[in-house]
Write a protein that binds this ligand. Structure first.
Ligand SMILES: NC(=O)c1ccc[n+]([C@@H]2O[C@H](COP(=O)([O-])OP(=O)(O)OC[C@H]3O[C@@H](n4cnc5c(N)ncnc54)[C@H](O)[C@@H]3O)[C@@H](O)[C@H]2O)c1
Length: 249
């Protein structure tokens, strides 16, 4: 294995964006701890990158998330970068049709997981003299969305967590930023559109609303995440970077 620039834990790494982020981080010579609840996909991805290891656990459980961080530190030493690329779109439904267990699941995965992971990783970063945390929020964290209130509310929470931790952890040289993709060509967007068709009876006309006239490629999001992980000045913290073809400009 060549020289490494540091270690990174990527959660949700075998998802559509997580995988591209992992590949891009690997190309930049990070040593990677690959996490995804999908055990097989996580193991396959880790096996494709020299020096990487798979840690396939459910990070929405606080004890499991803490154990994950401890296991990664045991294996690779201090974690330099935590990238949270987990997420679920949750129920696409009118407010009166949302079931409590579905709502809880979105918040468990999209929000509480990030609390558990940051809670566990921050002491090791403080001890190590600094670090970087990058959360995949969404344009849904910057504006509302009809019939997707659980997802939008959860992503607003990710933005709030990112900004709060940026302030809290700056004295410890830990930068905390969020990336807010608009629409990415991905299975998640397909699922959201299908859900919206089910509620409203018509497919949302999103391409019309995007000034660039197209959705993003996962690579365009991955390159911003990798920039925040490596080349961005540490002074850049608390930012929520839109990657959305001008959608929210
Ligand atoms: N796809 C888009 O257009 C888009 C746009 C804006 C923001 N985002 C956000 O980017 C992130 C990644 O999106 P994606 O399109 O890659 O989604 P995806 O569904 O392809 O990937 C999510 C991954 O998270 C994993 N996961 C889910 N729950 C988990 C848990 N409890 N523990 C561990 N792993 C778990 C899944 O197995 C999956 O591999 C999400 O936070 C999403 O909300 C996506």
């Amino acid at each position: 294995m060549g020289e490494t620039v540091g270690s990174a834990l990527i959660t949700g790494a075998s998802g559509h964006l997580g995988r591209r982020i992992a590949e891009s981080m690997f190309q930049q010579s990070f040593t990677l701890a690959i996490n995804d609840i999908d055990e097989k996909a996580s193991a396959l991805l880790a096996a494709s990158m020299e020096g990487a290891a798979s840690f396939a656990v459910d990070v929405s459980e606080p004890v499991t998330a803490s154990q994950l961080v401890a296991d990664v530190v045991d294996r690779f030493g201090p974690i330099d970068v935590l990238i949270n690329a987990i997420g679920v779109e949750g129920p696409i439904a009118a407010i009166e049709d949302i079931q409590p267990q579905d709502l809880r699941h979105v918040f468990d995965v999209n929000v509480l997981s990030l609390f558990w992971l940051c809670r566990a990783v921050v002491p090791t970063m403080k001890q190590n003299g600094g670090g970087r945390i990058i959360n995949l929020a969404s344009g849904a964290g910057l504006a509302g969305g009809a019939f997707a209130s659980p997802y939008h509310a959860s992503k607003h929470a990710v933005v709030g967590l990112t900004r709060s931790l940026a302030r809290e952890l700056a004295p410890h040289q830990i930068a905390v930023n969020a990336v807010c993709p608009g629409y990415v060509e991905s299975p998640m967007v397909d699922r959201i559109f299908d859900g919206q068709m089910g509620v409203t009876g018509s497919e949302p006309d999103v391409l019309e609303s995007i000034p660039m006239g197209r959705m993003a490629d996962a690579e365009e999001v991955a390159s911003v995440v990798t920039f925040l992980a490596l080349d961005a000045p540490l002074y850049m913290t608390g930012s929520c970077l839109s990657v959305d073809g001008g959608l929210r400009a």
